[in-house]
Write a protein that binds this ligand. Structure first.
Ligand SMILES: [Fe+2]
Length: 288
C-alpha cells in the first residue's frame, strides 16, 4: 500500500485518470487537478475554508435556473469568460476582437432592413450606428447576418423586463451589397449585473461594484467566416475603465457622440434631433 502524502497526492490523483480515453479531456483534467491541488497547498486551505467554498458553489447552483446561470456570471466576474474570448481572438489578430455574449441574447429577433429603426417609443438619446462588415483581408462582406441587442432607458434588457415588448431594442439585418449597415437606436446605458447571489457576494467581499459600461451587443455571421460575438462600448461612460466582467477592449471602444454631417442629418431626418453617430466596422476572419 502506497502512503498518500502532501508530496505525492497530486501525482496519485492524476495517475488515477490515466485511462481517460478522450486525450483532450485527459489533458485538461490533469492540468486542472494539478492547479487546484497547487492552490490548496499554497494557501494551506483549512477545513472551514473548504466547506465555505463548497457552500458557495452549492448556492450558485441553487440560484441558477433556465434563465439564470450563476456559474457563467462567476466566470464573467472573475475574467474567465474574457480569457476564453481573448484566446479565441488571438488566432485571428486582424479580425474584430470578441467580447462576452452575456445572458441577454435572444435568437430570432425580427429582421429589419439596413437603415431601419429600433427607437420606436423608447426614451433615451437617439444615435445612428453605422459602418461596414469587412473581411480581415479587406473586402466588404455583403449579406452578413447582423444581430443587435441592447438595454433600454431603464437599464433593462427586454428578455428580463416584463414592462418591455419581447423584441424591444433587438433586431437582425443583412449587410448591404457594399458591406455597409445602418440602424437608428437609443444610446445604451450602464447597468449592474445581478448582485443577489454568490456573484454579488464575491463582488462585495472583494470591494468591487457590479456595473458594466454602456455597450451595444453585436453578433455577425457570414458564410465562409468565423462567427463574431462582440460588444461596442461607449468610451464616454463613467465605468469604461472598470467593467465588472472585463469585456472592454480598446479596439471595441469609441465615443458615442460624433455629430452627424449635413448629409447624415438629411439622410436620417426621420430620427429625432439632436442625434449622434456611432461608427464601427466589424471585421471577420475567413474560415480555414
Ligand atoms: Fe449587455
Amino acid at each position: 500500500m502506497k502512503d498518500l502524502t502532501l508530496d505525492n497526492m497530486t501525482d496519485v490523483v492524476i495517475s488515477s485518470i490515466a485511462d481517460t480515453e478522450d486525450p483532450r479531456l485527459k489533458e485538461v483534467l490533469s492540468i486542472v487537478i494539478r492547479k487546484i491541488h497547487e492552490a490548496a497547498i499554497e494557501v494551506q486551505i483549512t477545513h472551514a475554508e473548504w466547506e465555505g467554498l463548497m457552500n458557495f458553489l452549492l448556492a450558485a447552483g441553487n440560484i441558477s435556473d433556465a434563465q439564470r446561470n450563476e456559474f457563467i456570471l462567476l466566470s464573467d466576474l472573475t475574467g474567465l469568460t474574457s480569457l476564453v474570448d481573448l484566446i479565441a481572438s488571438s488566432s485571428s489578430p486582424d479580425a474584430s476582437e470578441r467580447s462576452v455574449l452575456g445572458p441577454f441574447y435572444v435568437p430570432n429577433a425580427p429582421m429589419i432592413e439596413s437603415g431601419g429603426d429600433l427607437i420606436a417609443d423608447n426614451e433615451g438619446d437617439p444615435v445612428v450606428a453605422l459602418g461596414r462588415v469587412l473581411s480581415s483581408t479587406g473586402e466588404p462582406i455583403p449579406g452578413a447576418m447582423m444581430e443587435f441587442w441592447q438595454n433600454a432607458a431603464n437599464g433593462q434588457y427586454s428578455n428580463v423586463d416584463p414592462t418591455q415588448d419581447d423584441n424591444n431594442l433587438r433586431c437582425r439585418m443583412l449587410s448591404n451589397d457594399d458591406g455597409s449597415y445602418e440602424v437608428s437606436t437609443i444610446r445604451p446605458i450602464a447597468y449592474e449585473v445581478p448582485d443577489d447571489g454568490p456573484g454579488g457576494e464575491y463582488m462585495r467581499a472583494t470591494g468591487r461594484h457590479c456595473w458594466r459600461p454602456a455597450h451595444l451587443h453585436v453578433r455577425v455571421h457570414a458564410d465562409g467566416y468565423e462567427d463574431l460575438v462582440t460588444e461596442v462600448f461607449n468610451t464616454l461612460d463613467k465605468y469604461i475603465e472598470e467593467d465588472a466582467v472585463f469585456g472592454v477592449r480598446s479596439s471595441l471602444a469609441i465615443p458615442f457622440n460624433r455629430e452627424p454631417t449635413p448629409d447624415e442629418q438629411a439622410r436620417f431626418s426621420h430620427v429625432a434631433s439632436p442625434f449622434h453617430m456611432v461608427d464601427f466596422d466589424f471585421v471577420l476572419q475567413p474560415l480555414g
